[in-house]
Write a protein that binds this ligand. Structure first.
Ligand SMILES: [Zn+2]
Length: 125
């Protein structure tokens, strides 16, 4: 089964899709960063301030950890999208970085920033 090269029209559509996703993820990252700055260990100015309950504190800490984990994932995705956009400029978008074969449209539709074809992606490193 061979994959036909992407047409210019298809390439444009994937670019648009990547840019839309990048904008959405960037907004999400900014939101998470603002949240993290607002809740993580800033100086406590009020000397009488006491954490209300240990349980609340524990909940907050685990929420912060989740936010940081999500932030890492979203940042990584932004990087992948930026790399994919660079590939559309370089003319290598839609080609597997390992074996050089075309990545199927079904895969690109699901993961437009995929670097590898489904075969290579399923192979161990
Ligand atoms: Zn491949």
């Amino acid at each position: 089964m061979s994959t036909q090269p992407l047409t210019l029209q298809e390439l444009r559509e994937y670019r648009l899709q990547l840019q839309t996703t990048a904008d959405r993820v960037a907004a999400k990252v900014a939101e998470l960063e603002a949240e993290a700055l607002g809740t993580t260990d800033g100086p406590v100015r009020d000397p009488d301030h006491q954490p209300a309950h240990d349980a609340d504190l524990a909940t907050r800490t685990s929420e912060d950890r989740t936010a940081v984990a999500i932030l890492g994932t979203e940042r990584a995705m932004l990087g992948e999208i930026a790399a994919a956009l660079a590939r559309t400029e370089a003319g290598t978008f839609g080609r597997c970085e390992r074996c050089g074969r075309g990545i199927t449209r079904a895969r690109l539709d699901a993961v437009p920033y995929a670097r590898l074809c489904i075969r290579c992606a399923n192979e161990p490193e």
